[in-house]
Design a protein around this ligand. Sequence first.
Ligand SMILES: [Zn+2]
Length: 113
Amino acid sequence: MYEVRKRLEISAAHFLELNYPSKCSELHGHNWIIDVYLRGTELDENGMLMDFTHIKKAVTDKFDHKVINDVVDFNPTAENLARHICELLGPACFRVDVCESENNSASYIREES
Ligand SMILES: [Zn+2]
């Protein structure tokens, strides 16, 4: 079994639609630190699970320097972003950690099927 972790940083803005008053409902930005984890028993013909550059491109092309609400159709909480990025990267990705700040992070971990 092989496992790969890639850390990415994206600068982007978002606002949250919440059913309680919160400053997070106002447009604001974060420098998100995103850790993605991939796992697999087979490598491709290049000897990789997935090229680190391809992982970075898939995430940064979609989110870096964007208003995240404009590019997704869900409420962009850290939890929802983690799940979305995991699905974006395909079946080899089994975990994504989305860190909005040093003290606030959320993870999505794909259940074994
Ligand atoms: Zn936020």
